[in-house]
Design a protein around this ligand. Structure first.
Ligand code: SF4
Ligand code: SF4
Length: 214
């Protein structure tokens, strides 16, 4: 299962973002952030308690079924009065959810989470980064193994020279991504691909705001 992977901002950062704002409405989401325990019902309740201890007044709370979809507007409308009473919405969803909510309401939104990457669940509660949405996918030349997310240095031309018995020099518990790529290309009879020099990665990606038109 593919999920938006998030982590909660530190309490200090959240307190600082909410400084001067006395009345808060807290919003969580029942999908990705519930699975990663960063913004589901339990985390919303803990956050409310934290805010109350800091002297904030909680005007209400809501855990949207899917914060990033179009039904969000209806669910928010049902809590219109409590939302109106708030100085700000503290939103415990991925950045897509925060933006979806911000578009529906003329209210200050404060994200409580950082959105890290797109992850695949590999075991209960464990997610591996599968794609950083780098904008220049080279999976076709690496045997389907992503070096941007699998190599500790994100090298698109590897290995780096520190590979040790197929393990990564930065974390020897992990396989070197470029050794895996070499082995895969070898199996496929495409080792000549290792000689192809990839262009330097464009860390700026696409000009913002990104757009895709079918
Ligand atoms: S190279 Fe890796 S990070 Fe870039 S788009 Fe392809 S899978 Fe995603
Ligand atoms: S040892 Fe392999 S995975 Fe580790 S940084 Fe070097 S090329 Fe990347």
């Amino acid at each position: 299962m593919i999920r938006s992977i998030t982590q909660q901002k530190s309490e200090e950062e959240i307190d600082q973002l909410l400084s001067g704002l006395g009345r808060i409405f807290v919003i969580g989401c029942g999908t990705c952030v519930t699975l990663t325990h960063t913004g589901g019902r339990t985390e919303v309740n803990v956050m409310k308690e934290h805010l109350a201890n800091k002297g904030k007044l909680i005007t209400g709370d809501l855990v949207l079924p899917v914060a990033c979809d179009n039904m969000t507007a209806e669910a928010l409308n049902e809590h219109g009065q409590q939302i109106d009473q708030a100085d700000a919405l503290l939103i415990m969803t991925c950045a897509f959810g925060v933006q979806t909510i911000a578009k529906q309401l003329k209210k200050l939104v404060v994200p409580a989470l950082d959105t890290l990457f797109i992850g695949k669940e590999t075991a209960l509660g464990q997610f591996d980064e599968v794609c950083a949405q780098c904008g220049t996918c080279i999976l076709g030349e690496t045997g389907g193994i992503c070096p941007v997310t699998s190599c500790h240095k994100g090298l698109v031309n590897g290995p780096c020279g520190g590979t040790n018995d197929g393990k990564c020099e930065i974390d020897n518990a992990k396989d070197c991504a470029w050794t895996l790529i070499y082995n895969r290309l070898n199996e496929l009879g495409r080792l000549d691909g290792m000689r192809k020099l990839q262009k330097p990665r464009n860390h700026q990606g696409e000009p913002s705001p990104g757009k895709f038109i079918l």
